[in-house]
Design a protein around this ligand. Structure first.
Ligand SMILES: Cc1cc2nc3c(=O)[nH]c(=O)nc-3n(C[C@H](O)[C@H](O)[C@H](O)COP(=O)(O)O)c2cc1C
Length: 437
């Protein structure tokens, strides 16, 4: 296979066949790693293939990925002599890329994994000396499923001559007040490029939203506008639950339109946000705004609600769902920042949102609604204590310590479950049935 073809057709695989990869192929892959460039040609890498089932099970306490593929290779690099300029990271990364391209040319698929949990624990399991850093686990195997090519950023925004001509893509703050609409739009496109695996709903949350929708919105016909649904998680649910309603959604880019179109069970209409949304005059019987107020600056929120008010029929209704900041949401985020991933992406992607996100108080949402001509008719709330699936989702891939903490929390939350419904003001998910004032 030509290098060019290998580069452009290699894909990250996350579903492998069980068939073993011959020893000779593994050797060829390691041989390719040996020929990668390394800082000062020190070649301080070691590759550790985990074969033994009992070692695999131990490793799985930190990273469940190990069970995904027949071959899992930990890539480690010496941290002596190579700290400067991240030379160890650069050298190991070059070796990993060589391994993946060689594997691909031999018909073997791969997945680069940095979700490793507690690497010190892993180092003890693998009996690596302290001078060896574990950088990644790379999985290899024959592919069961090769995903579509995730989209790439365009060349003209990432290529610069002489001086940097762009601007940093996104603020490092997750507070929507620090984001422009343009930055929010760019960030969403980046997440959409990453594909569907970023937007699987936590089932308990989806069920709660559907239950609230079902009790507030009883229509079998008419026109529904889903406002800024982003990945279309709930556009899909709405178009399924209300088969005779004509659904439109407004979003910021064609890429998002395409992404949502792919997931909805029947055709839906689009309206480009902000221009078409604010300028169009057609009106709607029902509107929904599900976990989206939290993602926009306050001035923008008001503008959105104002336009929605102008475009709802007098006897129409609006379904609002938002994350209440006076709930376990706040301590949970604090905890995550301390024990979980610290990267911008993780700080910026608290489900169900993708992008900047700031949970709101019920008072803030009430003020937004009152000032834009809406009135709250009914309310339902969910999750004063976190549901088990949310705890498992958040604690699941962050290593053994976090998982054990998660199990303790699950027990605690199950014990508290009976009082959940009396704790509306501190419930994380608030759902409101809103009508024109
Ligand atoms: C440093 C690094 C870490 C990664 N970690 C993971 C991971 O933990 N889990 C995973 O499923 N994919 C992981 N990936 C794969 C990326 O998601 C993937 O490369 C990206 O979506 C582009 O897709 P492609 O490799 O098919 O071009 C990682 C990639 C890199 C370079």
């Amino acid at each position: 296979m030509a290098v060019e073809e290998a580069i452009f057709t290699r894909r990250t695989c996350r579903k492998f066949r069980k068939d073993p990869v011959p020893e000779a192929v593994v050797h060829k892959i390691i041989d390719a790693a040996r020929y990668a460039p390394s800082s000062c040609n020190l070649q301080l890498w070691d590759f550790l293939v985990v074969n033994d089932e009992s070692v695999k099970n131990e490793v799985a306490e930190e990273t469940r990925y190990i069970h995904l593929a027949p071959v899992g290779i930990f890539v480690s690099y010496g941290n002596n002599y190579t700290r400067e300029n991240y030379a160890w990271v650069q050298s190991a990364a070059a070796a990993i890329q060589n391994m993946m391209l060689m594997a691909h040319s031999l018909g073997v698929a791969s997945c680069w994994v940095d979700t490793l949990g507690d690497v010190d624990h892993l180092r003890r399991i693998l009996e690596l000396p302290p001078e060896r850093e574990i950088l990644a686990l790379v999985l290899f195997g024959y592919p069961e499923l090769i995903p579509k090519t995730p989209r790439r950023r365009e060349i003209d925004i990432l290529l610069h001559y002489d001086h940097y001509k762009g601007r940093l893509n996104w603020p490092s703050s997750d507070d929507p007040e620090h984001w422009t609409l343009e930055q929010i739009r760019d960030f969403q496109m980046a997440k959409i490029r990453n594909g569907a695996r970023y937007n699987k709903p936590v089932p308990s949350e989806r069920d709660a939203i559907l239950a609230a929708l079902g009790s507030f919105v009883k229509v079998d016909g008419g026109r529904w506008l889903d406002v800024l649904p982003l990945t279309g998680l709930y556009t899909e649910e709405i178009s399924r639950a209300y088969p005779d309603v004509e659904v439109t959604f407004t979003e910021m880019t064609d890429q998002v339109f395409e992404f949502v179109d792919d997931r909805v069970p029947r055709p839906v209409h689009h309206e480009l946000f902000p221009d078409t949304f604010h300028e169009a005059r057609s009106d709607f019987d029902v509107m929904s705004l599900i976990f989206r107020l939290e993602g926009y600056p306050r001035a923008e929120r008001r503008k959105i609600l104002q336009t929605m008010r102008q475009r709802i029929r007098d006897d129409g209704q609006l379904f609002v769902a938002f994350v209440n900041s006076r709930s376990y949401h706040r301590p949970l985020r604090w905890l995550r920042a301390r024990i979980g991933h610290q990267g911008v992406e993780y700080a910026l992607a608290p489900d169900p949102s993708l992008g900047p996100f700031k949970a709101l108080t019920t008072r803030e949402v009430l003020a937004d609604l009152h000032e834009t001509g809406w009135r709250v008719k009914d309310r339902q709330h969910f999750f004063a204590v976190p549901p088990a699936d949310e705890i498992a989702f958040r604690a699941g891939r962050k290593g053994r310590k976090v998982r054990i903490a998660g199990q303790t929390l699950t027990k605690l939350s199950q014990a508290l479950r009976p009082v959940d419904r009396f704790l509306g003001p501190v419930a994380r998910v608030q759902t409101w049935n809103v009508v024109p004032a």
